[in-house]
Design a protein around this ligand. Structure first.
Ligand SMILES: [Zn+2]
Length: 131
């Protein structure tokens, strides 16, 4: 099942934020620069797709949401590393990779990752871990 670019952006924002602490809907709205009703609508969509759940006003990734989040992050950082091999600026690479990371086949990403010598970090110094 494929998600949309918009769903991908929310999934990553929620995943990044819940690394540290549970995320409130109001905080999600603020960080995505949208109204609370719009954030609510989006969260409802992600709930239907079984990517997130809500608990006491907090938005949390489900196990499935978490595994998809890890896959996208892995694809994103692997692609960034690949782009940087061709001297593409890390920020430009980040922007371009965000357009495709969520569409990539996991097997292809793992192949690229291995071909790149199983890099430990992306060009921004963030860890790449195989899930
Ligand atoms: Zn990036």
């Amino acid at each position: 099942m494929h998600i949309t670019k918009k769903e991908r952006d929310y999934l990553l924002e929620i995943g990044k934020r819940t690394d540290k602490f549970p995320l409130r809907l109001s905080e999600l709205a603020k960080s995505m620069k949208i109204s609370e009703p719009s954030a609510f609508e989006m969260v409802e969509r992600l709930k239907k797709a079984e990517l997130v759940k809500t608990h006491g006003g907090m938005v949390i990734l489900t196990d499935y949401g978490n595994s998809l989040y890890s896959k996208i992050i892995m694809a994103h950082r692997t692609l960034e590393t690949l782009f940087s091999e061709f001297e593409i600026d890390p920020d430009a690479a980040c922007k371009e990779c965000s357009k495709i990371d969520y569409l990539m086949d996991q097997e292809v990403i793992v192949k690229l990752f291995n071909k790149l010598g199983a890099p430990e970090f992306c060009p921004h110094g963030k860890p790449i871990s195989v899930s």
